[in-house]
Design a protein around this ligand. Structure first.
Ligand code: NAX
Length: 325
């Protein structure tokens, strides 16, 4: 068997992690021939619950789980890891403004960014904990790990968009491709139907109903998280976990020809986005493991309005945490 892949999961006692961890351990993500070592990070009050998660992992007797460890110190949890899934953060309390949440969670990512210096040289870091784009920005600015090894999750938004388009068009979800989600994982994100395709044809041609695309699809994707909370009483967990694992895998293999993935990565100024912002772009992963932003996509003036709005939101988030960068 190969050497184990070492994967850190933060917020390991939380609900998203509960859906992530067992799939990582079972071989469902990296394959049944690839051993995995899991390294968990939690805060002290959640350690008891994490103990129970670890008991359950033992009870699954997964042949691919080569070992596991738990810590409340990021330096220990990130030591030698190849993949770091930063899921844990403080949830938004009732009546809490977004700016307040950013201020509460920012310092967590300062410490975790520094601790990531202990990771393996090939580490890839995915930030899921919200506000994930800005938390990712904070972590990378406080780390010696190169910026291109950090990304934040837009994949749930991409998957939601694909699902809704497939249902509307009456096609399998595999027929829906080229979905970009621009900007921030927030309700100002812009899920781009103008560049998306269904069975190789433009979505606007296949669905044709521009009013539905603009006035139903876009707000429904933007507000899907809130709709799940309303129906379930707690936030998306299994779908978020699934998207996080899709994201991790997509950065480990070349993107199929003609396709792209939605991920928030560090801007180098593409599409007029301020260099350095962690912005949701269409991304292609190359055979050598590096990635690039897909350039040259066109946006209608209407779409550019959405784009500019979410860009402004991310600039404001950055300005709230300048002292942490
Ligand atoms: P839970 O509240 O169930 O779990 C979060 C866990 O993080 C808790 O066990 C908590 O003890 C732990 N934690 C808090 N501070 C920590 C720290 N400093 N170090 C390590 N662990 C810490 O939340 P869950 O539903 O699992 O969601 C986790 C995060 O994902 C939240 O921030 C949530 O907003 C975010 N989401 C992001 C999504 C995205 O697409 N980017 C979608 C789903 C989700 O809303």
């Amino acid at each position: 068997m190969a050497d184990p892949i070492r994967v850190a999961v933060t917020g390991a006692a939380g609900q998203i992690a509960y859906s992530v961890i067992f799939r990582l351990a079972s071989g469902a993500v990296f394959g049944r021939e690839q051993p995995v070592h899991l390294s968990f990070l939690e805060i002290p009050p959640a350690m008891k619950v994490l103990e129970a998660v670890m008991m359950e992992l033992e009870d699954c007797a997964f042949p691919t789980l080569s070992g596991m460890s738990a810590s409340d110190q990021p330096e220990n949890a990130f030591d030698g890891v190849n993949v770091a899934m930063l899921i844990g953060s403080r949830p938004r309390g009732a009546g809490m403004e977004r700016a307040e949440l950013i201020r509460v969670n920012g310092p967590i990512f300062v410490g975790q960014g520094k601790a990531l210096n202990r990771a393996a040289a090939d580490v890839r870091v995915l930030v899921v904990g919200n506000p994930c784009n800005t938390n990712c920005l904070i972590a990378q600015r406080n780390s010696d790990v190169p910026n291109e090894r950090f990304s934040a999750m837009m994949r749930l938004d991409q998957n939601r968009t694909k699902g809704m388009l497939a249902i509307k068009a009456g096609v399998p979800v595999s027929a829906v491709t080229n979905v970009a989600v621009w900007g921030n994982h927030s309700n100002n994100q812009y899920p781009d139907f103008e560049n998306a395709r269904i069975a190789g044809r433009p979505v606007t041609e296949v669905i044709g109903d521009e009013a539905w695309l603009r006035d139903r699809l876009v707000p429904d994707v933007q507000n899907r998280g809130a709709a799940v909370i309303k129906a379930r009483g707690s936030s998306s967990a299994a779908s978020a976990a699934s998207a996080a694992l899709d994201h991790v895998l997509s950065f480990r293999q070349p993107t199929p020809d003609g396709e792209w993935i939605a991920a928030a990565v560090t801007s180098a100024g593409q599409y007029g986005v301020d260099p350095g912002l962690v912005f949701g772009f269409p991304v292609r992963v190359k055979a050598d493991g590096s990635w690039e932003v897909v350039e040259g996509l066109s946006l209608s003036p209407w779409a550019r309005g959405k784009f500019d709005k979410v860009l402004e939101e991310l600039r404001q988030e950055r300005d709230v945490v300048t002292d942490l960068l």
